[in-house]
Design a protein. Structure first.
Length: 253
């Protein structure tokens, strides 16, 4: 069974919402910070879109959002979509609504196994939040998500912040069997070639990564073998960078 991981943006809302200014003005709001009157408008849009698309054909579905356009281009017909679908979304109310919409829609109409999954802290209102969200993408929880021992892993990166998609593409180079992208209204599916990446870490470097993870002291002869991009000094204590977490995950077994 394939596992398809989709990054979600807001094209579903912008294509079906009368007042797009609300989306642009409140795109980084969490549910608890979004004004009640704006939340009601968004909820109404999501509900109306569900009704509108409940019996729509593939052509209409493809026009409704970048994410659905890509999935239809890849599968030909969503009724042929099989496996697990994970809709990753920003830590915002709009992101939550969109991802939950997709998960519910594909499950109800096509019987697909779907789940909306929040990336903690991922917002663009500050560098701190955005960086926290990126770090979550390299956590054990998400690294486990990118693996599928019983089938292919497919990354669909048409939706979401472009900077987020860039990080997901780098992760996909290690984990995905296919990386897909398509412009929102485009007719052509782009399959991003997977670079044949091979890790070349010696035993000392692997040991060093494990020691850093466990917050142990590292002998100088081991430290010098660890790639500089894999760790950073945090007030006199070494810690793994996002790339370090990825490298460690790849050599753990």
């Amino acid at each position: 069974m394939n596992k398809t991981i989709i990054t979600c943006g807001t094209s579903l809302l912008t294509n079906n919402f009368k007042d797009r200014g609300i989306i642009y003005d409140f795109s980084n709001c969490a549910e608890e910070t979004l004004p009640c009157d704006k939340k009601a408008l968004v909820d109404g849009c999501v509900s109306g879109t569900m009704d509108k698309l409940s019996a729509a054909d593939n052509a209409s579905l493809a026009k409704s959002s970048a994410e659905l356009n890509t999935l239809i281009s890849y599968y030909g017909d969503l009724s042929a979509a099989r496996g697990e679908f994970y809709f990753l979304h920003t830590d915002t109310y709009f992101g939550k609504c969109v991802a939950e919409f997709y998960a519910s829609f594909l499950k109800k109409r096509f019987g697909a196994e779907c789940q909306a999954k929040r990336v903690p802290g991922l917002r663009t209102d500050s560098y701190e939040n955005f960086n926290r969200g990126l770090s979550a993408l390299y956590s054990d929880e998400f690294l486990k998500l990118y693996k599928n021992p019983s089938g292919k892993v497919i990354f669909v990166l048409s939706g979401g912040f472009k900077s987020w998609s860039g990080y997901m593409q780098s992760i996909g180079m290690f984990y995905a069997d296919e990386i897909l992208y398509q412009f929102e209204s485009g007719a052509h599916l782009v399959s991003i070639p997977k670079i044949p990446v091979k890790l070349d870490l010696n035993e000392k470097a692997e040991k060093g990564l494990r020691l850093i993870e466990k917050e142990k002291d590292i002998p100088a002869e081991i430290k010098k073998e660890i790639p500089a991009v894999a760790f950073e000094d945090d007030g006199g204590k070494l810690k793994l960078t996002n790339m370090g977490k990825l490298l460690l995950d790849r050599v753990k077994n």
